[in-house]
Each structure stands twice: as C-alpha cells, then as structure tokens.
Design a protein around this ligand. Structure first.
Ligand code: ADP
Ligand code: MG
Length: 686
C-alpha cells in the first residue's frame, strides 16, 4: 500500500514523461490523482443487439470478430483497417482510419464490446473508429458509464483513467476520509472507498449520485473546518480596543435620521471595535442603502478614540466622491479629511503623505495609493474598504500591515446569498442593510430597442426641461485593446453627435476611463453641481456616484452588461424626491438578451436579480472563487451545491464544538485533511 503523498511517477504505467504531463494538471501526488475528479460522464452503459441499433446513435454492441482485419494502405497518411463482426442475429462492418495497430489487437473468433456512432444503411450498420475492449475482461471504456477528465497534451482519457484505477488500488484503505463516523452516519453519507470508486467509475447513476453527494459534503466540511481555524487565528491577533463609543455628536449633525438597519450595523461595528481583537466586518447593502453614512459613523468613532482611518475606494472618481461626502459629514466635527490618489501632483502628494505620517490627517481617502510603500500612518486604527470585491486579498493584507492590525470594515453591494456570504467572507462578520432610506422609490425600468430611439430622446429632453439630469452609459472603455480603442472612439463620437445633432440646446458632459483624474473630476463635479444636463459615461460611474437630481439612467447596449451591473447602474438614480426611470437599450438580438433584460423591468430587488443572473449566465463569472479568496474546489460548487454546504457547515460546527482543536482520535484524519487544504492554499484564504 502506498502513502497518499507518493509521487505519481512511481505509479505503474506512469513514469517520468507522463508524470510531467500530469503535473501540468496539478497532479503531483497519489492524493492529487485520486481527487482529480471527472468533469463529465459519458453514458456507454447500454449494450444493444446489432439488429436493434438505430442510425446515428452512440451505442455499444457485443460482437465477435468474424473476418481477419484487413489493412489497406490507401495513400500516404491514409491507412484503413476493415473487419466484420457478428452477434447472434446480425453483422456490423467496422472501419478504423489510421489506427493500423488495431489489426493485431482484434483477433478473429474473439468477442469485444465496440462503442461508437452507428452509420451505414438500414440492414448494413457500420461503425468508424469505435472504442473497443475484450468482452470477457474488466472493462473501463465500454459497457458502462465512462468518466471524462480534463486533459493536457501527452495524456489521454485512457491513460488517465488507468492511472486513477491503479492509484485507487494502490491506496487500499488509505483513501482520504475526513468524515468522523458520527457525521457520516448522521448525514447518511456513502463510505469513502465506495465514493471514490463510483465517482471515477460509476456502477450506475444512482451510485454516482451517492458518491458525488458524499464527496461534495466532505469538501465543504473540510473547508468549513479550515475557515473556522483561520477565524480563530485572526481573533487571537491583538487589536486596538476602543473605549469611547459615544457618537451622539455625529448623529445629531447628520441631515437625516438613520434607518434601523444602519443603526444596527453601526452598533455592531462599534461593539466589535471595543474588543481587543481586530474587527472584520462586512456591511452588505443594496445600492442606495446608505453604506457611506455607516462608514462615516465608524470612522468618527475611531477619531474619538484618537485613531486614524483609511478609506479605500475602487476608483479615483469614487475616492474623490467619498472625499467630498465624508468631508461634508465629518469636517464640521473637527475630523481632518485627506485625499490621496495616484493621480495627484508629486508635491501635493508629498505634503499629504507627510501630514498622514505626522498624524495631522484623521481620515485618509484614496485608492490603492493608500497602501503604496511611501505611505506611513501615525496611528492607523481602522480600514474601510468600499466595494471590496474589487480589492485583492493581498491589498487588504498589505494595508493591514501598515498599522498594528487595524479594525477592518468592508462594504459591498454585491448581493450574494447570506450563507454564501458567510463562507465567502470566511473570517468576516456580516451586517446586512436590508432597509432603504425612506422616500426611496422604485425606478421604473424599460427594455427597448432602436425603434424607440425618437421617443426616448424626447423623454430625455422632457426630464431636462423639468430641471432634472440624465445619465447615458455606454459599455466600458478598457485598457489597451484594439476593440476598446474603437469603443472609445464610439463613446466620443456618440457624445459629439448628441451635442451637435440630437440635443444641441443641452449641456452634455463626457467621462470615460481614459481621462486624467483631474479631467474626470472636473466633469463629475460639474454634473454634481447641476452645470451639465446629461452625463455620457462609460461604466466608471457604476458604483457610488451620488447625484440625487439625476432621474433618468439610459444604458446603451445593455445586453453587454451583467444584470447585477445593470442593477448597480440603475441605483444611480431614484435617490431624490422625483420619480426616476431607467431605459435599457437592447442592441443584441436573440431571445436570451431579451429575457435577461426583462428581469430588470420586473424587479428592483438586488438579491433576486443576482439569483436570476446566476441562473441565466451560470456560475462562471459570478462566483470566481479566487476573487473571493476561497480555495479552488475539486468537486463542490458554490453556485449549485448550496444545500449541501449548509449541512456541511452545520456538521463542522457540531464537531468543532466538542473538539475545537481536532485532537480526538476520531478526528485525526479530518485534522490531516484540514492541514492539507490549508497548506495548499496559504495566501489564498484570508
Ligand atoms: P450606498 O449604500 O449605495 O453606498 P450611499 O451611502 O451612497 O449608498 O447613500 C445613498 C444616498 O442616500 C446618499 O445621498 C445618502 O446621503 C442618502 N442616505 C443615506 N442614509 C440615509 C437615511 N437614513 N435617510 C435618508 N437619506 C439617506
Ligand atoms: Mg457606496
């Protein structure tokens, strides 16, 4: 029997060369090999008599080779082997192209299972290049459900399946089995050995389901235990315990009454910060739920305790917006706000950096420039990250290192289901802002096509005449790609056309990603101040921009945006007293685009929209687990296996309650699996 850590090259039939190819698939050890699960299955379990096969179907037949396989060399590069095979009633003719070696593998008089697509005519069935195996031996590729693996050069399905077969045999009883017997029993999960066998080489679909369920559960279970460990390690870190929790001055200076949800989130965060352990809290709230005021309150609390705060925004425009908002809320109370962005002039930046180091600034608002090498804080006590999904885990860690473990508050509008939030943000506590400020109204949304253009233009005009402002958003201009150069031209040309032809009497601003920070700023400021009527923008305005007088959001080529992104965009309007609208131009054809956009017209609920997005687009781009700082899963999916996740988490909690350090003998194997996962993902999880 072999250790799970054994190098794959020592497995029979592998050797140096193939081991290198396997390495490319991330397979280094026996453990990696047996946990390399199929990406799909091919159902070759049906074996039919030749007389019952139908044209075009993929099927197995059991037949005896009736003629000596004949090799003919047609021309250079084209060899053909032909033979006839028979069962009790009928015959089938079989042809192989450029596989002359099969001539010696197929013996007249012997029986084989052939799997392939039926061609030929009625009464004269044929198969071309079938997969075949002797009937009387254990079969891997025919007459059964066959695993399909993700491959790389130098490795075929056959080689991989055989290696896994041998790997499983070599493991014997040493297969990884992290489930304590009590958990396995309680959740009615299949045995480990059975599950590994049947996930790779399923006896039937029922066995495959049982196997998959066990392995998915197991993977989530180990993950939950590993995350729990991280959480405990981070709570062992020393933080600054704040003692002054009185923020009444801040509250009475606010121009509005906080919602219940905002109050709750603020209280939860302040309670966290009174502990000697660094806070790790996520404030999750739909667009417009008022996350900025929550951040300001928490920043104010840090200030009252003599600490600096760093506020990190995903873009310069947003940093500038937040700088204005926070200054307005906090400066009157004596809190000094500082803006620090990459686009600043060297001199201004130097001065800002020295004020920060001297402790003259209380809250520093910026982009990733906040964590660049030359920025030293005098007394950093709190970090707020807005729209944290735009930040890499490493940036967050780098920022934390600038102070002695500051408290961390992250704010996100990405609506993900709560269970998922808990696991995705493993080490975070979550406050949900599930209440919008009063007076917010539903934004009436319309999905339209080009035919409606004149009517929409008239509508834009009418909004402006009533004293309101309008956003027109075009798909993004991104960095350095050919296609995007065209898009940039497009958005510029489009603004020009609007200015000269469509709305010559209106004041139109243009903002896109290629503008300098100061230029962007000027355009945005003038729009905020009501000096322009229409702002033509790429998605740089996607998050956070706050102009309550804007009542209409028009999105061009809306089919090119994700639904959650459209929801964010729509959240830019409907913030004032007047009725607000969103118009989505569908520039695509096809039903799917229409169906997606119609979701937007039916609901304003960010959670529902996220679910629909997931359903219509699949999990791919939505749950990039890397993006969230989670390890790559082998078999489980955060998108589709949520129910299993719930019970696995529950099971993990129970086990950890009685054995938090996993020292009991029955948890030894679990402990080993948690270690293996942790080791493999150092630096990924946080
Ligand atoms: P988001 O959660 O999308 O970041 P913001 O913090 O930008 O939302 O808040 C959106 C708007 O709502 C801002 O204009 C803000 O001043 C206003 N606002 C926030 N909280 C309240 C409240 N409790 N009552 C009224 N208006 C509020
Ligand atoms: Mg915001």
């Amino acid at each position: 029997m072999a250790e799970l850590g054994t190098d794959v090259r020592y497995i029979k039939g592998i050797g140096e060369q193939r081991a290198l190819s396997l390495n490319k698939l991330g397979i280094y050890t026996l453990r990696d090999l047996v946990t390399y699960f199929p990406r799909a299955y091919d159902d070759r379990s049906v074996i039919k008599p030749i007389s019952e096969v139908t044209f075009g179907e993929n099927v197995c037949v059991a037949a005896t080779v009736a003629t000596q396989p004949a090799l003919s060399h047609i021309r250079k590069g084209l060899d053909i082997v032909r033979l006839r095979a028979v069962d009790e009633k009928s015959a089938i003719s079989i042809t192989f192209f450029n596989q002359s070696y099969v001539k010696n593998q197929l013996q007249p008089g012997e029986s084989y299972i052939f799997y392939g697509r039926i061609g030929g005519r009625i009464g004269m069935p044929e198969m071309t290049n079938p997969v075949f195996e002797p009937e009387d031996r254990e079969r891997m590729r025919t007459g059964r459900i066959v695993p399909i693996y993700r491959l790389t050069a130098g490795i075929s399905q056959n080689v991989l399946a055989n290696a896994i077969r041998r790997g499983l045999e070599a493991c014997g009883d040493l297969l990884p089995d992290p489930l304590p017997p009590s958990v396995q029993e309680r959740y009615e999960l299949a045995q480990s050995r059975y599950s590994y066998e049947n996930v790779h080489f399923p006896k039937n679909f029922e066995a495959l389901e049982l196997a998959r369920r066990r392995l998915i559960f197991e993977e989530f279970f180990v993950l939950s235990c590993a995350l729990d460990r991280f959480r405990r390690e981070s709570t062992e870190k020393k933080g600054h315990a704040f003692s002054n929790t009185d923020i009444s001055e801040f509250l009475s200076a606010l121009p509005f009454e906080l919602t219940g949800a905002q109050k709750r989130a603020i209280n939860e965060a302040i309670a966290d910060m009174t502990k000697p352990v660094p806070m790790s809290r996520l404030v999750q709230g739909d667009v417009g739920s008022g996350k900025t005021a929550v951040a300001a309150a928490v920043i104010y609390a840090a200030y009252k305790n003599g600490y600096q705060s760093a506020f990190m925004a995903p873009t310069e425009i947003l940093a500038e917006q937040h700088f204005l908002t926070l200054s307005a809320m906090l400066e009157p109370l004596g809190v000094k706000c500082e803006l620090l962005t990459g686009g600043m002039k060297a001199k201004a930046r130097r001065e800002a950096v020295s004020r920060i180091a001297a402790g003259e600034s209380d809250v520093i608002i910026g982009t990733h420039a906040l964590i660049s090498g030359d920025v030293e804080y005098s007394k950093l006590g709190l970090v707020v990250a807005d729209e944290q999904h735009r930040f890499g885990v490493q940036q967050r860690a780098a920022l934390s290192e600038k102070g002695a473990s500051p408290h961390v508050l992250v704010m996100s509008a990405t609506p993900i289901p709560r269970t998922l939030a808990l696991i995705v943000y493993g080490d975070l506590d979550v406050s949900v802002l599930d209440e919008l400020p009063p007076g917010r109204q539903k934004v009436d949304t319309f999905a339209v096509d080009e035919k409606m253009r004149p009517r929409i233009n008239a509508f834009i005009k009418k909004q402006v005449e009533e004293g309101h402002q309008v956003f027109i958003v075009c798909p993004a201009v991104e960095e350095n790609s050919e296609e995007n150069v065209d898009e940039l031209k497009n958005v510029k040309a489009y603004a020009k056309e609007l200015r000269e032809k469509v709305f010559p009497d209106l004041r139109i601003g243009l903002v896109h990603g290629k503008l300098k920070a100061s230029e962007k700023n000027a355009v945005m400021t003038s729009f905020s101040a009501g000096e322009t009527d229409i702002l033509v923008a790429t998605t740089v305005i996607e998050v956070g921009v706050d102009v309550p007088n804007a009542t209409l959001m028009v999105v061009e080529n809306a089919e090119r945006f994700g639904l959650s992104q459209l929801h964010q965009l729509r959240g830019r309007v409907g913030r004032g007293k007047a009725k607000a609208y969103c118009v989505l131009f569908n520039g695509g054809d096809g039903e799917k685009a229409g169906e997606r956009l119609s979701v937007m017209t039916k609901t304003n609920d960010g959670f529902k929209i996220a679910e629909e997005d997931l359903r219509l687009r699949g999990p791919g781009d939505f749950f990039g687990s890397r993006q969230h700082g989670l390890p790559e899963m082998q078999i489980a999916s955060f998108a589709t296996d949520i129910n299993v996740l719930k019970s696995a988490q529950e099971a993990a909690r129970e086990v950890l309650k009685t054995d938090p350090d996993l020292t009991l003998p029955e948890n030894a194997s679990l402990q080993a699996c948690v270690d293996a996962l942790t080791e493999k993902n150092r630096g990924t999880m946080n």
